[in-house]
Write a protein that binds this ligand. Structure first.
Ligand code: DQA
Length: 145
């Protein structure tokens, strides 16, 4: 059976390509999903790619990934900086976690410098644009070997 990796995206990432393109670039979330799919195919992984604007939905999906997905790649977006609930859910997940941010959160406003999710993440990729997702998948592949 092909190993599955969940790729979860938080609030406002549905507007990728339209929202602040000077920060997040011009690719849409569909483009990101397509490039993750090609990367996953080339390294022999299956992906479950999702986006929601709701914190509780992310918590539900992280819980549901237990025993189903081998690893989680997550861009929690603004919830990175606020959500203990997402951190707790990730702490109950047994596999590796890779946190992705399209922008370099450390170069931006002070309130973006702290991420609760980073307390759990095995790796954090920030500032590589949307390429960070495919990089995250490659790293996940290594972690799962
Ligand atoms: C983001 C960075 C967050 O601070 C912001 O709230 C986002 C996107 C990123 O991918 O760079 O929505 O996670």
């Amino acid at each position: 059976m092909t190993t599955q990796v969940s790729i979860f995206n938080g609030p406002n990432l549905n507007l990728l390509g339209q929202r602040q393109p000077e920060i997040y670039g011009s690719d849409s979330l569909q483009d990101v999903e397509n490039s993750c799919k090609s990367m996953a195919d080339s390294i022999g992984l299956k992906i479950d790619f999702r986006q929601t604007n709701y914190e509780g939905k992310l918590v539900d999906w992280i819980q549901e990934a237990r025993g189903v997905s081998a690893g989680i790649i997550i861009n929690p977006a603004a919830y990175s900086h606020t959500s203990v609930a997402i951190l707790d859910a990730l702490n109950a997940f047994e596999g590796p976690v890779v946190e992705v941010h399209i922008s370099n959160i450390h170069k931006r406003e002070e309130f973006r410098h702290h991420s609760y999710v980073s307390k759990r993440a095995d790796a954090v990729i920030a500032g590589c644009g949307v390429d960070g997702y495919a990089m995250g998948l490659q790293h996940m592949h290594r972690l799962l070997k």
